[in-house]
Design a binder for this molecule. Structure first.
Ligand code: BG6
Length: 250
């Protein structure tokens, strides 16, 4: 049997989606940038008066990556000392509220996913197939409400026993990453203890969730050169592609 680079005693693998299984973190980052830049420009550059664009790497990683949609809006706006009313979840995209801006960004994401389609990372598919062949149960744990559509578009839905995503979180009242609730819910649905489950994440808030939830092992997936940050936030190991774990003993 192929070695899968995990400590003995683990029985389940909990995979983040965007940036771990599929390259859709890039689609999200581009959509956030398009939406926030237009918003900041229209405000006349923000409170400082000078237009400072959204940085699709630094701002994305620090404030938006891995968080539920509305938390991403709030967190980035707070970094620029901007406060907007919450609004309603179904606010139209032209309304200057937290949900209005989130919905504006979602229109862009949905369009990009539909027009461009999604291909999974080949190394991730090989790895997920290998862990399943080794008897692990698998779950996808994503903050995204578009998770199911992305899994289907990427043709990997059948590789996951359980899905806990942005829709599930709202339905069940689960707190989003950096809180561990969504990962714990996936472990519960798979019938394993947190200590028997491995978290695979590319976002710093995902590392925080892995640590706070006391999961058995946390794998940081570094697609953007933030290996040190991932380690500081609790990664037990960092890889640039899940395929690197194949053939490795933990
Ligand atoms: O807006 P959605 O599709 O519900 O996704 C929420 C968040 O989901 C996370 O998986 C992404 O890392 C974020 O970029 C995204 O903002």
């Amino acid at each position: 049997m192929t070695e899968i680079g995990l400590p003995s005693g683990v029985r389940a693998c909990l995979f983040d989606l965007d940036g771990v299984l599929t390259p859709t973190a890039l689609i999200h980052a581009a959509a956030w940038k398009e939406m926030f830049d237009e918003f900041l420009r229209q405000r006349g550059g923000g409170d400082s008066g000078e237009f400072r664009p959204f940085d699709a790497t630094a701002d994305y990683d620090a404030y938006v990556d891995g968080r539920p949609r509305a938390d991403g809006v709030r967190s980035f706006l707070a970094s620029r000392d901007i406060e907007l009313p919450e609004g309603e979840e179904d606010d139209p995209p032209d309304r200057e509220t937290v949900h209005g801006l989130g919905n504006r960004k979602n229109i862009l994401v949905v369009r990009k996913i539909r027009d461009e389609g999604v291909k999974p990372y080949p190394g991730s598919v090989r790895y997920v197939e290998a862990v399943r062949a080794a008897g692990m149960r698998t779950a996808v744990v994503s903050s995204s409400a578009n998770c199911k559509d992305v899994l289907v578009s990427a043709g990997i839905e059948h590789l996951m026993d359980v899905r806990v995503d942005g829709v599930t979180a709202v339905e069940k009242g689960l707190r989003g990453k950096p809180k561990p609730d969504t990962f714990l819910e996936a472990a519960r649905q798979l019938g394993v203890e947190a200590g028997q489950a491995v978290v695979f994440e590319d976002a710093l808030v995902g590392m925080d969730a892995g640590r706070e939830g006391k999961f058995g092992y946390v794998v940081g997936v570094d697609r953007v050169g933030q290996a040190e940050e991932l380690r500081k936030h609790g990664a037990d190991t960092v890889v640039t592609d899940l395929g690197e774990l194949l053939g490795r003993t933990a």
